[in-house]
Design a binder for this molecule. Structure first.
Ligand code: FAD
Length: 309
């Protein structure tokens, strides 16, 4: 079964997890009765696992995917970045995934670490990675690629970014997984623009649940330059944790109350955003599970995602 078989028939619903850095984190995610097993109970079409650009955390990424593959409850999709790697190294790693039964990938360039002036490897863009995977492995992989509704932070222009997205399709990519985007007017503009450019790949929309003030600001601004709509800014302002939300002080009941009210408003915002996306005619919702269960399960249920299956 391929994710494409599902996307051909109906909207998909999936989760994203990340490889934990510690043994305790791995146990919480992959252990018996852990988060992965809890997520299976919601019957996601697939679960993807992120990959540390430049090869960091690769072992844990494979461990997480091995668990998903072995459990056989859903499809495992690995993220994979090409920066800092040779063609030989990429070929070897991808063959390892196939040997482990993992035949779905999100083909990415990866974020360049600070101080890098080049991509430090044989392939420089996701377009090249997609072409290389098709040349070396034919149709063995289902290939997703990243799409940035607001334009990638380093793109020359939105038009250039869309042209490269079209090139990913021409090189053999199957579907799009989008970067975080809260600006729905921009998203609708982008969706029309990519269709006008001849990009017919299904669009699976990435949603980060708004649960924590610092994480939300960090995700929007540390790398991606995401626009925050006024309604989201209001939630942040009304629940602002002084002196700033990044300070991790010992327990303080006032701060805890603000965190709880931020989370409640953030969850409501996330559910409304999923409604808006689904009304745009997108092909799937990809929820960042953040290696948690309770909050994402609540969001998935309230947003009606469990009924897609
Ligand atoms: P590309 O598509 O290669 O684009 C990078 C930049 O180069 C863009 O500005 C583009 O306009 C430009 N460009 C593209 N092709 C060409 C070309 N042929 N010639 C000239 N310019 C070109 N990162 C991780 O490290 N690990 C992860 O697990 C991970 N998961 C992600 C999941 C999703 C859904 C998304 C959207 C991103 C993820 N990222 C991850 C981040 C991603 O690696 C970064 O956004 C990275 O900076 C760009 O990757 P890309 O595949 O979009 O790059």
């Amino acid at each position: 079964m391929s994710v494409m078989d599902i996307l051909d028939k109906r909207a998909a619903f999936s989760f994203e997890v990340f490889p934990p850095k510690t043994d305790a984190g791995m146990e919480k995610l992959c252990g018996e009765g852990g988060v992965l097993e809890q997520l299976y109970t919601l019957h996601p079409d697939y679960i993807s696992c992120t990959y540390g650009a430049g090869g960091t955390n690769v072992g844990k990424n494979l461990e997480v995917l091995d668990k998903i593959q072995k459990d056989g409850k859903t499809i495992g999709v690995t993220h994979f970045t090409c920066i800092g790697n040779t063609k030989e190294g990429i070929k070897e790693q991808l063959q390892t995934y196939l040997d482990h039964g993992i035949n779905h990938m999100l083909a990415l360039r990866g974020d360049l670490p600070h101080g890098w002036t080049g991509t430090g490897g044989d392939l420089h863009y996701a377009t090249e990675l997609v072409k290389f995977v098709r040349q070396e492995f034919g149709d063995k992989f289902t290939i997703a690629v990243a799409g940035s509704p607001e334009g990638h932070i380093a793109c020359r222009s939105l038009d250039a970014d869309i042209a490269f997205l079209k090139q990913k399709q021409d090189n053999g990519a199957d579907y799009i997984m989008t970067q975080l985007c809260w600006d729905m007017d921009q998203f609708r503009y982008w969706l029309d623009a990519i269709r006008a450019a001849g990009i017919w790949m299904p669009v699976d929309v990435g949603i980060m649940p708004i649960l924590d003030q610092a994480a939300t600001i960090n995700m929007a601004l540390s790398r991606n330059g995401c626009v925050m709509p006024r309604a989201l800014c209001e939630i942040i302002s009304k629940n602002w944790i002084f002196p700033n939300p990044f300070v991790k002080d010992p327990f303080d009941s006032e701060v805890e109350a603000k965190k709880a009210s931020f989370k409640a408003a953030g969850i409501e915002y996330t559910i409304n955003q999923i409604d808006e996306y689904r009304a745009c005619g997108i092909n799937g919702i990809h929820l960042y599970a953040l290696n948690k269960y309770d909050d994402v399960a609540y969001i998935a249920k309230e947003a009606g995602l469990l009924d897609l299956i």
